[in-house]
Write a protein that binds this ligand. Structure first.
Ligand code: ADP
Ligand code: ZN
Length: 728
């Protein structure tokens, strides 16, 4: 099989699709253009050089500043069946020689080294006999004196690079400051056009900032929400770390402290225990975190205030590298703020003091904001965030608590009730206001009313919420017998004397969020069995469990119950090497569990579904159904009338419109229960990708809109004659 980035992604890494920018970056590197990659932690930088390394004939050298990072990367690659190794001072002379031999006989694809290692004559001589296709500079901010960890040896990489004229150079960092980016680019003499900057929005991090009232209890409360999960609690001082760790241990949490006051060995042990899932929680000063690659950190608590947004971002960035939902809680105390101010005031240098204040103020702004927390945070990194509601911060999920003027909405609603003679319930009124084309609206001729379609600014959900308030405010009464809404005297005042109405507008649920599978519904007992197996295998090999399989892989297994090698390969992070090594062990557990509990395997993707749905329907049934639909306009009714599933009705209708018939398809929109914004997005996606296959559309929309809904919208789309089905 030909090696393409896509095929390697699936067969080696076991992933279905690229994360944003990965594909473009990989292609750019494969074309041998020097490339600068700026991507947040967890964004997926490693794949950007690992996939090209597997395609190039020659060797890829990876420069990395920390032994722990190198080790982690190499362990992961070896588990994936990739020929990778590192050369550094932690190796015994024999191990070192073995790796050198591998380089000599060309059996390595990736070689990791610290910069000082690469600079030695011995290594340069060794490498001069080899075909080097790629020089990767990881943590490239170490080049810049403006970065938080400048490494002078990194400065010399530019010179070294000239010794490998055929190697493309890729530099990667998670540092967002433009100053550092510029430094890297100038230093390595990169072309600006080959810069790839990903968004710094970490969508899977739930951000919460709350007043610090009773920090120990507040921390406890959060921890209890995530039993048996890994997390970090950051404190300002060593004393605080020890105290809190003891407090949590007394409450039966599996916890260890970490700070510079501990003996080296203890620090190392505690970190190791955490990485290997032997200990769930680390209470630490900011000394903890560098070089930690643990992907399943589910929460980060800031017990004390961080110094500025940059440190806050860096620390919460250690949560959720695996892309699963992770909780970041900051306890914001004004007392802490005073302490930091006191330290700043003691600074000698006036300019430094001023800068420290600017940074601190930005942090306070973030803590005190009433709007989405992502707006000030990303703004700090020079990025504009436009979503109305991220759905992943306390402010957004809480919604707007304040009362706002909803007089105009009330007037629209009330006058629509009046125009329809107080005979209908809220649902119908909302349909008229939102300009629905459903049968009931058209039958009553309500599409001719002046109030028809004047309320599209709110979703159905929001209108229902408003309607409930109108009733509680005494503007409306509900007819007990028929459920129709009647106006009260108070309503007259609103309609004709412009009396004000105050109330709340429910926040719209975010139209799309790319955070997938976050709340994947998985079988917890099975997950625990799989996790136990993983730990057993990991311990036997002295590896962290996540190197064997990520949590997400196990969650998918416990959600889809794959019972053959073929289906196991469909799971996240399961590639060919892993299946050969561990497939049997995990399949045994799943099969046994499923047999005991009479559970059947579930299809992971909607592919089977699509195929049956898009197969031409034989016979004339679809004509019969299409014609019947034109009369009743209700899929539900047809389903009972014909005694077939609603999804089959939709398949018939699809066939019917594909043959050029028209149907009044407004019902599809209503049935899909998508918001107008979502509908528009889906239709626009059909415009771009065509309607022949739904899978690409499903994926393009971040797998957020189910196939059932897409089927409905496709019929609607085609019935509107927007495009024919011939594409794709
Ligand atoms: P970074 O170096 O940017 O912090 P990593 O390269 O370590 O991030 O990737 C973070 C996690 O995301 C890793 O567990 C990695 O395997 C996973 N990952 C990377 N790319 C993808 C992808 N396309 N699909 C699914 N998971 C991915
Ligand atoms: Zn938000």
């Amino acid at each position: 099989m030909q090696k393409t980035p896509q095929s390697i992604l699936k067969t080696i890494f076991g992933y279905d699709e690229f994360r944003p920018l990965q594909k473009e970056i990989i292609e750019n590197v494969l074309q041998k253009n020097d490339t600068l990659v700026i991507m947040p932690t967890g964004g997926g930088k490693s794949l950007c050089y690992q996939i090209p390394a597997l395609i190039f004939d020659g060797l890829t050298i990876v420069i990395s500043p920390l032994i722990s990072l190198m080790k982690d990367q190499v362990e992961q690659l070896v588990e994936l069946g990739v020929d990778a190794a590192f050369l550094n001072s932690s190796l015994s002379p024999q191990e070192y020689q073995r790796t050198v031999d591998k380089v000599k006989n060309k059996s390595l694809k990736l070689l990791y080294m610290a910069p000082e290692g690469l600079l030695t004559d011995k290594i340069l001589t060794l490498l001069s006999t080899q075909k080097i296709d790629c020089l990767t500079i990881d943590e490239a901010h170490c080049i810049s004196e403006w970065g938080h960890d400048f490494r002078p040896e990194y400065r010399q990489l530019a010179k070294i690079r000239k010794k490998f004229p055929h190697a493309v150079c890729i530099a990667l960092t998670a540092t967002a400051t433009p100053r550092v980016q510029k430094d890297i680019q100038v230093n390595l003499e990169f072309d600006v056009s080959n810069e790839f900057i990903a968004s710094f929005n970490r969508e899977n991090l739930f951000l919460e900032i709350t007043p610090k009232n009773n920090p120990a209890m507040q921390t406890l409360e959060l921890l209890r929400k995530y039993p048996d999960q890994s997390g970090i609690v950051y404190c300002l001082t060593r004393n605080q770390v020890d105290e809190l760790a003891a407090f949590l241990a007394a409450h039966d949490f599996s916890v260890k402290p970490y700070h510079a006051g501990l003996a080296d060995d203890d620090r190392k042990t505690n970190q190791e225990l955490f990485i290997k899932d032997d200990v769930q929680i680390i209470v630490a000063t900011i000394a903890f975190g560098m070089g930690i690659n643990k992907p399943n950190v589910r929460f980060v608590v800031h017990y004390d205030l961080p110094k500025n947004i940059e440190s806050y971002y860096q620390q919460i960035g250690r949560a959720g590298r695996d892309g699963l939902r992770s909780h970041c809680l900051l306890l914001f105390g004004y007392g802490d703020l005073q302490k930091i101010r006191y330290f700043i005031d003691k600074m000698e240098n006036e300019k430094e003091r001023r800068i420290a204040y600017i940074h601190l103020d930005a942090l306070v702004g973030l803590a005190e904001t009433q709007i989405c927390r992502r707006i000030p945070m990303l703004n700090y990194f020079g990025e504009n965030y436009h979503e109305q509601n991220c759905g992943m911060c306390d402010n957004c999920v809480r919604g707007k608590k304040e009362m706002v003027d909803i007089t105009v909405a009330a007037q629209k609603f009330l006058s629509c009730i009046k125009r329809t003679e107080e005979l209908f319930g809220a649902n119908h009124i909302i349909d008229v206001l939102r300009g629905s084309e459903n049968k009931k609206v058209l039958d009553f001729g309500h599409h001719h009313l002046s109030t028809y379609g004047i309320g599209k600014e709110y979703s159905k959900q929001q209108w229902l919420h408003l309607a409930r308030q109108f009733i509680t405010n005494g503007l409306l009464k509900k007819d007990v017998q028929y459920g129709s809404l009647k106006l009260t005297e108070k309503a007259t005042a609103v309609l004709f004397q412009n009396e004000k109405v105050m109330g709340m507008v429910e926040e719209e649920k975010p139209a799309f969020s790319r955070i997938r599978d976050i709340d994947l519904d998985y079988d917890r007992p099975l997950f625990d069995l799989l996790r136990k197996k993983r730990k057993e295998i990991a311990d036997r090999q002295n590896l962290p469990p996540y190197i064997i399989f990520s949590d997400k892989s196990l969650m998918e297994m416990a959600a889809f119950f794959p019972q053959s090698r073929r289906s196991l390969l469909d799971m996240h992070g399961v590639g060919v090497t892993k299946i050969n090594r561990y497939g049997t062990a995990f399949l045994d557990i799943i099969c046994k569990y499923c047999a005991e509990h009479h559970i059947k395997e579930k299809q992971k993707s909607g592919q089977a579904d699509i195929q049956t749905m898009h197969k031409p329907v034989k016979g004339k049934r679809h004509i019969e159904i299409g014609e019947a639909f034109a009369k009743t306009q209700s899929i539900f009714e047809l389903s009972t009338q014909f005694g077939i599933k609603q999804s089959t009705i939709v398949a018939h209708l699809l066939q019917y419109v594909l043959e050029g018939h028209n149907i009044p398809a407004g019902d599809m929109l209503a049935l899909s229960s998508l918001t107008p914004v979502e509908q528009k997005t889906v239709l626009a996606t059909f415009d771009r990708l065509g309607t022949k296959y739904l899978k690409p559309v499903y994926e393009e929309l971040g797998e957020t809109i189910g196939y059932e809904k897409l089927h409905l919208l496709r019929v609607y789309y085609l019935s509107q004659g927007r495009k024919t089905d011939g594409q794709n």
